[in-house]
Design a protein around this ligand. Structure first.
Ligand SMILES: Cc1cc2nc3c(=O)[nH]c(=O)nc-3n(C[C@H](O)[C@H](O)[C@H](O)COP(=O)(O)O)c2cc1C
Length: 171
């Protein structure tokens, strides 16, 4: 076994699922950011946690409204999804810039992104600081999706997106 630096070790643990977190900003406007640090933490209740850097524009919106939606973009949404992970909603309407369409969620005020593979509507049940990020633990209160768009996005060690389905098929 070789001793590794942080960046080498993280690269060797790729790829990572890549999702979009939608939230409302302080003026109630929707925003979406890219996220890789996400995991389910409990069966019952159904809890998901996301880890958000305190500097992100999305951070203050989630902190304030206590809701978010975790959207898994589908295969054709890679370009839009990348914009959401590389531009800030602080600088303008990122949803418009990315060309994404929003639809009403069923159980939260934060909208869902249309055409994603699956979306988990969450109410913040808990939160805690973890180094330079805040973990928001979301209780899942609604789910919607497109079973016909089963391939969602993963990010490689060199920051490229590819799509894979739940059974591991790439095409
Ligand atoms: C592949 C990828 C994964 C990312 N994962 C996270 C993450 O887990 N947590 C986080 O705070 N930011 C993450 N980001 C960065 C944010 O998506 C990015 O800073 C975004 O511009 C924040 O948008 P906002 O300022 O509108 O909230 C990731 C970006 C990329 C490209």
């Amino acid at each position: 076994m070789k001793i590794l630096k942080d960046s080498e070790a993280v690269a060797l643990s790729a790829p990572f699922p890549y999702a979009l977190v939608t939230s409302l900003d302080m003026k109630g406007r929707p925003n979406a950011m890219g996220i890789a640090w996400v995991t389910r933490t409990s069966f019952d209740p159904f809890l998901i946690m996301i880890s958000i850097d305190k500097r992100r524009y999305s951070h203050e919106g989630i902190l304030n409204h206590k809701e978010f939606v975790l959207n898994y973009p589908s295969e054709g949404q890679a370009d839009a999804a990348w914009i959401c992970g590389t531009k800030s909603g602080r600088d303008g309407d990122k949803i418009k810039l990315a060309g994404l369409t929003l639809v009403d969620s069923k159980s939260v005020k934060v909208p869902t992104i249309d055409g994603v593979t699956v979306a988990f509507e969450c109410k913040v049940a808990d939160q805690f600081e973890t180094g330079d990020h805040t973990v928001f633990v979301g209780q899942v209160v609604g789910m919607s999706g497109n079973p016909d768009k089963g391939r969602h996005l993963y990010v490689t060690a060199d920051h490229k997106l590819f799509a894979m389905s739940g059974d591991g098929s790439l095409a």
